[in-house]
Design a protein around this ligand. Structure first.
Ligand code: COA
Length: 253
């Protein structure tokens, strides 16, 4: 079974992260498939709305750390950056359903979705600092804007998880439902969107996202710093510790 499932029905394309044994962490091959899918969906008249979902127990544990170390993102055409650009540029409505852990890009991709429905078990985290790297996907721009600076600093400097109620309060999610209902709710809302005039949806989204150029610029700026930091001692210690299943020691860094 593929790690990324894609299904298109009645104008709604649903992408399901499907690598449950590794908590839906994303490999370079999966990023390439995601990037291709979103790029094609942009130009496919049969796709009016995109849905991104995981499983009722887990949305996404972020980058697959082992794979990530073997394929570090180096240039703007690296699959992870291609996926980020494709989703940030996607002009049609995007709906996400999030249950369980949503770590790293599992949370940051949500800032590029238009509607987000969460299971009451959702646990969001952007632990970039704890990994010796910096945030990505324009989250240094979009998180302070959505959360306010101090709550953004808590999320991005401490990198601790926050849960569905907190995500609802700051506006990251639209509604909290039982985990077994999240994907169905996203599908229901996507079907509603698919029945509306696409040109109106596209213009409305574009007008709401007037900071798009700044978002794209920030994705690039963060990406360059992220790639550099991956090779530095703090990241090497953090990722080494994850692979060895031990706590990292940053005391000398
Ligand atoms: N990369 C690679 N493998 C990962 C992974 C990741 N990001 N996240 C989880 N896995 C793997 C684990 O190594 C484990 O593999 P194993 O069964 O071969 O030992 C398996 O998925 C299950 O993970 P586990 O940690 O046992 O599940 P959990 O339910 O206790 O915790 C998470 C789930 C998501 C909270 C936890 O796995 C986690 O924090 N993962 C790392 C997330 C992270 O730092 N991502 C940022 C990457 S930039």
């Amino acid at each position: 079974m593929s790690d990324i499932l894609v299904n298109t029905e009645a104008g709604v394309q649903t992408i399901t992260l499907n690598r449950l044994d590794k908590k839906n962490s994303i490999t370079a091959a999966m990023y390439a498939a995601l990037a291709d899918t979103v790029e094609q969906a942009q130009n496919d008249v049969a796709v009016r709305v995109l849905v991104i979902q995981g499983h009722e127990t887990v949305f996404c544990a972020g980058n697959d750390i082992g794979d990530f170390l073997n394929h570090p993102p180096s240039s703007p055409d690296t699959p992870v950056f291609r996926f980020m650009r494709a989703l940030a540029d996607f002009s049609k409505p995007t709906v996400a359903a999030v249950c369980g852990p949503a770590v790293g890009i599992g949370t940051t991709l949500l800032f590029h979705c238009d509607l987000v429905y969460a299971g009451d078990n959702a646990a969001f985290a952007m632990p970039f600092v704890n990994l010796g790297i910096c945030p990505e996907f324009a989250s240094t721009l979009l998180v302070p804007k959505m959360f306010g600076y101090h709550r953004a600093a808590e999320a991005l400097l401490l990198g601790e998880p926050f849960f569905a109620e907190a995500a609802l309060e700051v506006g990251l999610v639209n509604r909290i439902v039982p985990p077994t209902e999240a994907n169905a709710l996203a599908a229901q809302q996507a079907r509603k969107l698919a029945g509306k005039p696409l040109s109106s949806l596209i213009e409305t989204k574009r007008l709401m996202k007037k900071d798009h150029a700044a978002v794209v610029e920030r994705i690039g700026e963060e990406g360059a710093i992220f790639s550099r930091m991956l090779g530095e001692p703090a990241a090497r210690e953090a990722f080494g510790a994850f692979m060895e299943k031990r706590k990292p020691d940053f005391s000398k860094l």
